[in-house]
Design a protein around this ligand. Sequence first.
Ligand code: PLP
Length: 397
Amino acid sequence: MALDLHRIRAETPGCHDLAFFDSAGSSLPPAPVLDTVIGHLRREAEVGGYRAAAERAADLAAVKDAIGALIGAPAGTIALSDSATRAWCDFFYAVPLRAGQRIVVTGVDYASNAIAALQRARAAGAEVVVLPSDADGRVDLDALDAVLDERVALVSLVHVPTNSGLVAPVREIADRAHAVGAPVLLDACQSVGQVTVDARELGVDALTATGRKWLRGPRGTGFLYVRPELIERIEPRSLDLHSAQWVAEGEYCVASDAARFETWEADVAARLGLGAAVRYLLELGPDHVFAAITRRAAGIRERLAALPAVTVRDPVGGALGGIVSFTVDGVDPDRVQAALFDRGVVVSVTRRGSTLRDMTARGLTAAVRASAHAFVSDVDVDRLVDGIVGLDVRPRS
Ligand SMILES: *Cc1c(COP(=O)(O)O)cnc(C)c1O
């Protein structure tokens, strides 16, 4: 069954006043998410956080089932976290790294990951190696083999970067990384909820995502998936009384499943809200939602490309995802964003510092980012396009 746009919009309280194009930043949650979070906060106020959590124990456990169903993974391989970055670092810092080893990354690395890689490389006497890519940021698969050898401690990939519609050929790279024994960590922050993500099919050892973007969950949520065979072989850098048990004087044992990467304390309302968000997506039918997002992005690119003052900055050719990046001649991206907001159109600005290598290679300091979820309507797109047409595009003197 196809998507019922009318119903989806009716269930998205925020989409009525605003034409909303920032689901790659922080999306509009559907009503079931909002009701779940607020309902739980109220319950905590009535009976205290422990009692409130105990009442929802089964629903809390089901959060991982829902995420697992979405990404094709057993619940025990999922650790809930409070952001994608936290989840990513939890795995990344647990991977052993010795002097002379290499961390292989791509040109579209997200700043937080890149900074962590630099920090660890510096501390260990290791090296960060960037996989060569073409002018659009696509990994050069032919150049892979020259970089991948037994010195590689980890390959860190980004499924969909924060600043364009590029989708990485994860499986191809992962297979070649595994051929030299290197584990693969995938930043799936912009792909989970936007395109199909199947942990097994992608063949990665770990992947991370956030709740507030394409999943339309609450802020302060995220998760880590770890390949089942790897979980018991990797010990987190920090533990607590949830990720491990203090069993006797001088002895502790670490959780046997991915909970070893969790902490005991958590925003329970937000976690329940994340579960509601994932279930909402599963009920709509992820494939329908992903198709709607891709179709919408393609339509927006086409409309924008027809405007003389606009340059679409997404790679050309090949499959593209739901993030549309563009610049307007003579108008600073911040001014575009502000002018659109005055007209009730929400877009974001992606800056050089978030994806330094990629933006530098493409000669960009910033670009406007329009990311449309399935609740965006044709009228919303008209408002976006009209807003850009209405800009004063004469170059400032
Ligand atoms: C947003 C983003 C992150 C960070 O997610 P947080 O939940 O803010 O930690 C990581 N990688 C990419 C590609 C992103 O777009």
